[in-house]
Design a protein around this ligand. Structure first.
Ligand code: FES
Length: 173
């Protein structure tokens, strides 16, 4: 079969011309790219130091309902009755968590038998003695835990949260 050299040559020239135009276009785009004007959001937020309760308000292994960092963020304080690494207070056993499940935000319930917070939505479970570590279920993060401080009068203050609370882009609104 006879080749048509003329057509092949025309096609080659068109291809090379198009490649040249694309290179020139990319170079122009990189030179003319508009400057980013948006200011990046702060990576850290300032948490309010809120008084949540007094040590005398807590009973061993009974959660006390609180809210932090604002009234729309329900949580609990729990005096576990056993010293834990993240515990505060005279016995090192007071911890606090959001009760909104990190998976889809269902409010969770405390199980005193094994000191876990449990989700009625899809059954995720979180260990309150181990910093809210997830031990089962659909959630993909541990339970946000409060950073607590107890003053000399026994007042318990929350001063931060270690993970993002469900449904928020920032824990502090
Ligand atoms: Fe809690 Fe789905 S909302 S596991």
């Amino acid at each position: 079969m006879k080749r048509c050299d003329r057509l092949i040559d025309v096609g080659r020239r068109r291809f090379l011309t198009g490649a040249g135009a694309m290179t020139a276009g990319a170079a122009a785009a990189s030179v003319l790219a508009p400057e980013a004007k948006a200011t990046p959001g702060a990576a850290l937020v300032s948490y309010p130091p809120n008084r949540l309760a007094n040590v005398s308000d807590l009973k061993v292994n009974e959660p006390l309902d609180v809210a932090y960092p604002d009234d729309e963020a329900p949580g609990v304080l729990i005096k576990l009755g056993t010293r834990v690494p993240t515990g505060v207070g005279p016995d090192g056993d007071i911890v606090g968590f959001t009760i909104l499940c990190p998976h889809k935000g269902f409010p969770m319930a405390y199980d005193a038998a094994d000191k876990t917070l449990n989700c009625p939505g899809h059954y995720s479970r979180f260990d309150c003695e181990r910093g809210g570590q997830q031990i089962w279920g659909h959630a993909t993060q541990n339970l946000p835990q409060y950073a607590l401080r107890v003053d000399e009068k026994g007042d318990i203050y929350a001063e931060g949260v270690d993970e993002l609370i469900y449904g928020r882009l920032s824990n502090v609104l």
